[in-house]
Design a protein around this ligand. Structure first.
Ligand code: ATP
Ligand code: MG
Length: 363
């Protein structure tokens, strides 16, 4: 059988720096676990614009469609701020998401014990927290028509339309149920069916998919505003949360910050299953290119490392190996290693990007 294939798009700013640490881990898997990946590398974002005059070349797009998974660093930077909208670095990422049709955005909120003091919440509320928010990414109020600023009588009116089709809801619901089966078998669906028709349909369709295809998964429904309260009151009541594009945008940021630094947060964006049964997938840290610290060896590589761990689990069916990587991260944090973003009042051993990566490999 062919090796699993991975396309690395390190991008701009701290992207290449954090990706270098992931490459060490990929090398370790080949040398010590006899798990080899067919890795190819290409350009996305500002660096692609510099070379090709476009933030994502057609050949790169074609490659992304072929591989088992894409791992992306970050795109953008001040150098590109003045570029025309159509060639901005971010457009490269948007094109990938759109053409791969990545409709389910997975954002885990996981609390490492060693960092529990980082949360704004009480330690016992977040210690051991491990939840996953699944945000619908390709539809809803961000794309619905009509949209725009129009004139009505003698004043302007700004309009967006929240629009969801049955099939759009059903496919993201399936992603959430599939995930739950590999986790604690529990899904909470959030909408505002009390005031929105799209919410009424959302609730009905999620329930139908559940009853027909996933009757053994525990399903509950919650209004998104109540969900926001419950997330800060007692987040450990949740396992998988599935919600629409707008609510997911808010709730995933909220959930992420229960657990600490931007430098710790991975993400996955998944699409329809490919011929091998695994979904089309792009993995990336939540953080951006962080131009303020780029090139200084200060970036925390853990968000990117944990994104690779998600790839192991969801694209390569290597769940145990993913856990191995996560445990290694847990160990170095417990040992007190801290990149600058993780340096709290309690101190720790200051380490650079590459020292952190080396320590994870060793662990
Ligand atoms: P974007 O528009 O690309 O999302 P942003 O303006 O949200 O970017 P980020 O690049 O995500 O900004 O980062 C915000 C700040 O957080 C950075 O300027 C940096 O100081 C810090 N930061 C982000 N990622 C990391 C990291 N991996 N390690 C350390 N600090 C980080
Ligand atoms: Mg940002």
């Amino acid at each position: 059988m062919a090796n699993p294939s991975l396309l690395i798009l390190a991008g701009d700013g701290i992207g290449p720096e954090v990706m270098a640490e992931v490459k060490k881990i990929i090398g370790w898997f080949g040398a010590k676990r006899d798990i080899a990946f067919d890795v190819s590398e290409d350009l996305v974002g500002g660096c692609a614009y510099d070379k090709h005059g476009t933030p994502l070349a057609d050949e790169t797009m074609a490659k992304a469609q072929e591989v088992d998974a894409v791992l992306l660093g970050a795109v953008g930077g001040p150098k590109y701020d003045k570029l025309d909208f159509s060639v901005k670095p971010e457009r490269g990422l948007l094109r990938l998401r759109k053409e791969m049709d990545l409709y389910a955005n997975l954002r885990p909120a996981q609390c490492f014990d060693a960092l529990a003091d980082f949360s704004s919440l009480k330690k016992d509320v977040v210690a051991g927290l491990d939840i996953m928010i699944v945000r619908e990414l390709t539809s809803g109020v961000y794309f619905g028509e009509p949209r725009g600023i129009f004139t009505e009588g003698n004043e302007r009116v700004g309009i967006n339309t929240q629009r969801y089709t049955e099939s759009e809801i059903a496919r993201v619901a399936r992603s959430a149920f599939e995930l739950a089966k590999r986790r604690d078998n529990k899904v909470c669906s959030m909408e505002k069916a009390n005031v929105m028709e799209s919410g009424v349909l959302w609730r009905e369709v999620v329930q139908e998919v559940h009853d027909k295809e996933y009757p053994d998964v525990e399903l509950s429904h919650m209004y998104a505003d109540a969900g926001a309260m419950q997330l800060t009151r007692w987040p450990k009541q949740f396992d998988v949360i599935v919600t629409d594009n707008l609510f997911g945008d808010l709730l995933s940021d909220l959930a992420a910050m229960l657990t600490g630094s931007l430098g710790m947060l991975p993400s996955a964006s998944l699409g329809a299953p490919m011929a091998n049964g695994r979904p089309k997938a792009l993995y990336e840290p939540v953080h951006g290119s962080a131009p303020d610290i780029a090139g200084q060896g200060k970036a925390n590589p853990i968000a990117c490392i944990l994104s690779f761990a998600m790839a192991l689990r969801y694209s390569f069916d290597l769940g145990d190996e993913a856990t191995r990587v996560e445990k290694a991260v847990e160990k170095v944090l417990a040992d007190g290693l801290r990149t600058a973003d993780l340096m709290g009042p309690e101190g720790g051993k200051p380490v650079s990007t590459s020292e952190m990566g080396d320590a994870v490999v060793k662990a």
